[in-house]
Ligand binder design. Structure first.
Ligand SMILES: *[C@@H]1O[C@H](CO)[C@@H](O)[C@H](O)[C@H]1NC(C)=O
Ligand SMILES: *[C@@H]1O[C@H](CO)[C@@H](O)[C@H](O)[C@H]1NC(C)=O
Ligand SMILES: *[C@@H]1O[C@H](CO)[C@@H](O)[C@H](O)[C@H]1NC(C)=O
Length: 468
């Protein structure tokens, strides 16, 4: 979409003049927020600039004329990491509200990179990654307080944790609206990223990385592609593009086709641990794989046919995955039994403490969780999960987005823990080195000496971020 020259000039002028930040919402001004580029006319814009000025008790509402239907509500929060500034808030897209946490870097917030993090699911809250994996704190076992986590990614970066799409974690919609595809969710994420950098100018131009795990293997390439394409429009409008530098995917599902059959290797070979499945079942699975793959190729890859693709997937997962669920092993760590129940705790009983912490009224107030959210916190929304399944979102060719990003100089890091069964390293190795990325020469593999963990990365440019 090319902005007329006159509009571009007007935009530039207005940005230079920089006026009032809107302190109110105007939710239904435009029926289709995607048309903001065309509809923008007389808006006035001042970057908020100084995060220090934000209140701890009240939200400040930020808007931008290019996205007339989007606002960002943000406040300071004294939580999780008292050595840095922490912020929480919502991206408001008309009646849809997406919750985020933002932590400044423990090193140097004024020069360090910015990372966007999302958990997977689809439907799981990024507070799982925040409190169980890469965030600045853990939750105490009794669920009342936070405990500093030294190996946090904010050791060297400014980082967001986003509950997305709507319906996940503390995100919500006023009238029960839902998002059911990654491409749809991507529009909101790209707008959010832009609005943030426009307002907090100290981060402008800073290298920006999008990261996620599990279903994030589908989200992240699509979100990054949207940010990349949005940049083209920003440049045309005379605005500063986002310095999208890399994507990082941990234990991701990017290529379902290779991932479906690789569960065989995980349970029937010594790919990670000695075989956990009996020989009879393994032999049966081995014979099923060619049929499963052929059906998937015909119905999901060569030509996407909703009914046949779904039938093929049902067949493959019944044959190759169902036996695993009967073993009682932890699908995220095949070396262990599932503790605490998959449905209730995702096999990690600590999720109970996280939930009770996030249900504490004083915690919700501190975070600025919208008072309309009265239900107990859920780590994962089954409603959102179902909506994505319904649309067969997982079975789209996400590896094409990865290839396209690589082609345009965005670096890609794929890292996988050895013991994950569900989005295992075998399938990730196959798609990255094999067919998935169409021999893009930019992918190289990299093993550590004992093969305890391995990553694929773009080695030519050297640097990897926050792996494993
Ligand atoms: C909960 O655990 C924290 C940290 O272990 C401790 O400081 C606190 O006193 C405990 N609170 C209660 C109510 O047991
Ligand atoms: C983007 O970040 C890179 C560092 O990764 C830096 O060299 C480059 O100058 C930045 N680009 C812009 C336009 O700020
Ligand atoms: C929320 O959790 C509390 C404590 O676990 C429980 O007593 C209550 O019934 C739950 N509320 C709902 C609506 O599920």
């Amino acid at each position: 979409m090319h902005a007329p020259r006159g509009l571009r000039v007007a935009l530039q002028t207005i940005l230079q003049l920089t006026l009032v930040a809107a302190a109110f919402q105007h939710p239904f001004l435009h029926s289709d927020y995607r048309n903001g580029w065309d509809q923008y006319d007389e808006g006035l814009f001042t970057p908020f600039e100084n995060l220090d000025l934000l209140s701890e008790t009240q939200f400040t509402v930020l808007s931008h004329p290019v996205f007339p239907s989007h606002n960002v509500r943000i406040k300071k929060s004294s939580f999780c990491d008292d050595t840095v500034q922490a912020y929480t808030g919502y991206i408001d897209i008309q009646a849809r509200h997406i919750f985020f946490y933002f932590f400044e870097s423990r090193n140097d917030p004024d020069t360090d990179d910015v990372i966007f993090w999302t958990n997977g699911g689809p439907g799981c809250s990024s507070s799982m990654g925040l409190f169980m994996e890469l965030g600045p704190c853990r939750i105490s076992a009794n669920g009342t307080t936070t405990i500093r986590h030294p190996e946090s990614w904010n050791s060297n970066s400014n980082i967001f944790f986003v509950d997305q799409p709507i319906g996940v974690g503390f995100s919500y919609a006023d009238y029960g609206e839902t998002v059911s595809t990654t491409e749809e969710a991507a529009k909101d994420m790209a707008a959010f990223v832009f609005i943030f950098f426009e307002h907090f100018t100290k981060f402008k131009g800073r290298p920006f990385h999008m990261a996620g795990e599990s279903y994030g293997g589908r989200y992240v390439p699509v979100f990054a592609a949207e940010v990349y394409d949005q940049n083209t429009k920003l440049v045309e409008a005379g605005l500063t593009p986002i310095n999208l530098t890399s994507i990082m995917i941990g234990n991701g599902i990017t290529d379902f086709y290779h991932q479906v059959s690789s569960v065989f290797d995980m349970q029937c070979t010594s790919a990670s641990v000695p075989p956990i499945m009996d020989i009879a079942t393994c032999v049966q699975m081995k014979q099923i794989i060619p049929r499963c793959q052929q059906w998937l190729e015909e119905s999901c890859l060569d030509l996407f046919d909703n009914i046949n693709c779904r039938a093929a997937m049902d067949f493959c997962s019944a044959q190759l995955e169902s036996p695993f669920w009967l073993t009682g092993m932890n699908p995220y760590d095949i070396s262990k039994e599932c503790e605490g129940g998959l449905g209730e705790t995702l096999c990690y009983p600590v999720t109970r403490s996280i939930r009770s912490y996030l249900d504490r009224p004083e915690v919700r107030t501190m975070l600025g969780v919208d008072p309309s959210l009265t239900a107990n916190f859920s780590s994962c929304s089954s409603e959102v999960g179902r909506a994505f399944i319904e649309k067969l979102d997982e079975y789209r060719n996400t590896q094409h987005y990865v290839a396209a990003l690589l082609e345009r100089g965005v670096r890609v890091l794929i890292y996988v823990g050895t013991y994950d069964w569900i989005c295992n390293w075998v399938g990730n190795e196959r798609w990255t080195l094999g067919h998935g990325v169409e021999r893009t020469k930019k992918f190289t593999d990299w093993f550590d000496s004992e093969r305890e963990r391995f990553d694929f990365c773009d080695r030519r440019r050297g640097r990897t971020h926050g792996a494993v």
